[in-house]
Design a protein around this ligand. Sequence first.
Ligand code: LLP
Length: 461
Amino acid sequence: MVSTPALAVNSGRQYLPVPATDNPSPNQFLLPLTAKLNSQDHLEVGGCDVVDLVAQFGSPLYILDEKTLRTACQQYRQAFQQYYPGESLVIYASKAWNCMAVCAIVASEGLGIDVVSGGELYTALQAGLNPETIYLHGNNKSLSELEFAIEQGCTIVVDNWFELETLAGLTGDRPIRIMLRLTPGIECHTHDYIRTGSIDSKFGFDPQQIEKVYEFISQQPSLECVGLHAHIGSQIFELQPHHDLGAVMVQWFTKAAQYGLPVQQLDIGGGLGIRYTESDDPPSIDEWVKAVCLGIVQACESQGLTLPKLIAEPGRSLIGSACVTAYTMGSQKVVPDIRSYVTVDGGMSDNPRPITYQSVYRAAVANRMSAEMSETVTIAGKHCESGDIVIKNAQLPKTQPGDVLVVMATGAYNYSMASNYNRLARPAAILVHEGEASLILERETYQDLVRQDRLPERLKQ
Ligand code: LLP
């Protein structure tokens, strides 16, 4: 695996962007591809000074770099064109970050989109996406979510018997386009919570039941089963599991033909990891796609099969490295001989990944990028929860209240998993591109926080 130094540690100074090599794979970098230091020694992303952005839009602030996101989309598409002789489609797993602007960007790059709820579907439609490019996932879709997606003409990725029977019971004027999600039984190394491919998973049909499932569908004229789906997990650095997945899926594919089903698509899910620290070494987008395509092509060749339409649905590796979160630093506390705490004006509500998965991040002080990293401090969030730690034992320069701290690679599963814990308003998000900053998510206000509250008459003071 070719390792690209995401960022060099500049002789004990903060992480600095390394000049981009030829078409760098965004998932291998800690900072967005456009990251630079400007003449004021500030971090610049998408041509915008991060310190100025905080002054203008407040903090915490998600700063999303359009170029990095678009580059990742293009690299996926180009790699499929290069390594897969059949038809292919990349769909963005929008659970990583679902909002109208992100949906619109990925669609404009020719990607489809995967949604896992009526809410994600609604957002994608509001962004103007073509419903034919939308795939609805989920292990417990409600009837109204199913009806909503069918009415729009989306493809439903069916997860289980209950859902299959529910769909078979729906009558409409045209067949419902479905794919089947199967549990591939492939192990990979990642956090237990984000591992989905092993047999003991809440997702998908057990492959041992596949013939029964095919048999059932073959008797339902209202169901048009166009493909099979599997997803083995997330933040994966190995290539072998995805390569092996191809062979496993092709076996299921052959069986479908025996039941006369029009299965012509294989969706191998997402899962490619990104760099969160300098020791992470994920394969590039190109390497991942190559491994996936080889797996399918070899398996099809060995069985004399025509190549199916190949679908991949990456989330994290498309958007994770495209964003940094900027915070304003606040109080500090020294626990003698134990630890120094510094704090930021957000925490587990805007980035629940450290407390949920013990995820490790890297940070830098955006307003003094060349300062020497002289301290080891623990960066704490502002929530009433001892576990609300953004980064334990971070290397930083000496900091003071008012400094702007950026946490890197926060594009995936940060905003989308954000909460209002402690009634903190969710941060704003801005899209930066060639020196222009556009608001894509308004900062929530106190009014937003009480919008759904109702005070029964007898409780009024
Ligand atoms: N397809 C399916 C069916 C999935 O369940 C997922 C992620 C993806 C695609 C996209 O996987 P990716 O390319 O992003 O690895 N909240 C966790 C991650 C949960 C992943 C859920 N499924 C985290 O913050 O690490």
